[in-house]
Design a binder for this molecule. Structure first.
Ligand SMILES: [Ca+2]
Length: 282
């Protein structure tokens, strides 16, 4: 590389760094926002081995099978297993130009988001055969089903409710803690009327009242991995509710373990917030 090319490469790298710094500065620090959300207790009931080569993006339980999506270009795949068995029952490789993101099981089908490819892919269950595809705009991060619609995150504080038949948008909701938007919402899970979301670059899972967008309580999961495991792993990402056992399964990108947590899920508060603030505690 000659001097001019090196200068150009440095200029581009510096530009990317400044853009990244500006983005990080613009987004409210989740730690400050989290301070207003009460922490709920959890107990670790069990841990089972997890594929530490999988860059986990989505996690869901369907008819007793655990299904996981792994991201990265040329590595994206779906993996299905029984909870008691680390060996996959099925693995479905995905197109090399897809970066797989969140998944949701809905009325006997599996739906997969892609990061920047604008493709939602539907699969059969339990066979994971690809069916219909739908196009959408913007980034895909997390996905969940409330039993009627699909709910999508895109890394911001905004969630979108979408129709399963064509993935068209039905409703938009900004998630807040107090009066402040809660950014970086990632993997999602519907749990007894609450929408749980893990927050990118944190060890926090927040519980959102889907009527108001108010984050009402959170789980702090920073102690799940020890220091050595944490050095070799990426961030927490992956929450799946087992309605049969009442356990919440969590994992992360390149994590060595899946953990089963027992949590007390409170009832939704009686009143949705109407004044634009989320000041009421549970
Ligand atoms: Ca999930």
């Amino acid at each position: 590389m000659n001097g001019a090319a090196r200068r150009e490469a440095c200029r581009l790298a510096l530009g990317a760094l400044l853009a990244c710094a500006a983005w990080l500065h613009a987004a409210p620090a989740p730690d400050e926002v989290f301070a207003t959300i009460p922490v709920h207790a959890h107990a670790v009931i069990e841990r089972v081995a997890h594929d530490r080569t999988l860059f986990t993006q989505g996690l869901v339980l369907s008819d007793g099978l655990l299904i996981e999506s792994g991201g990265n270009y040329r590595e994206s795949r779906l993996v299905q297993r029984r909870l008691g068995d680390a060996r996959p029952l099925r693995t479905r490789a995905l197109p090399g130009d897809w970066f797989a993101e969140g998944i949701a099981a809905h009325h006997g089908k599996l739906y997969l988001l892609t990061w920047r490819e604008g493709v939602l892919q539907r699969f059969t269950l339990p066979d994971l055969e690809p069916e219909q595809r739908f196009a959408y705009r913007g980034e895909g991060w997390g996905l969940a089903s409330d039993g009627t619609h699909l709910i999508q995150s895109d890394g911001s504080a905004t969630l979108r409710w979408r129709r399963p038949e064509d993935f068209s948008e039905l409703r938009r909701l900004q998630v807040r803690a107090g009066a402040r938007p809660l950014e970086r919402l990632n993997e999602l899970e519907w749990v007894n009327g609450w929408l749980l979301a893990n927050v990118w670059l944190s060890d926090s899972v927040v519980a959102i009242d889907p009527r108001s967008g108010c984050a009402r309580w959170r789980l702090e999961l920073g102690e799940l991995l020890d220091a050595r495991e944490r050095r070799r792993a990426d961030v927490l990402n992956g929450i799946a509710w087992d309605a049969d056992t009442g356990l919440l399964w969590v994992t992360g990108k390149l994590w060595p373990w899946l953990f089963a947590l027992r949590i007390e899920v409170p009832p939704l508060p009686d009143l949705a917030v109407t004044d634009g603030q989320c000041a009421d505690a549970l």
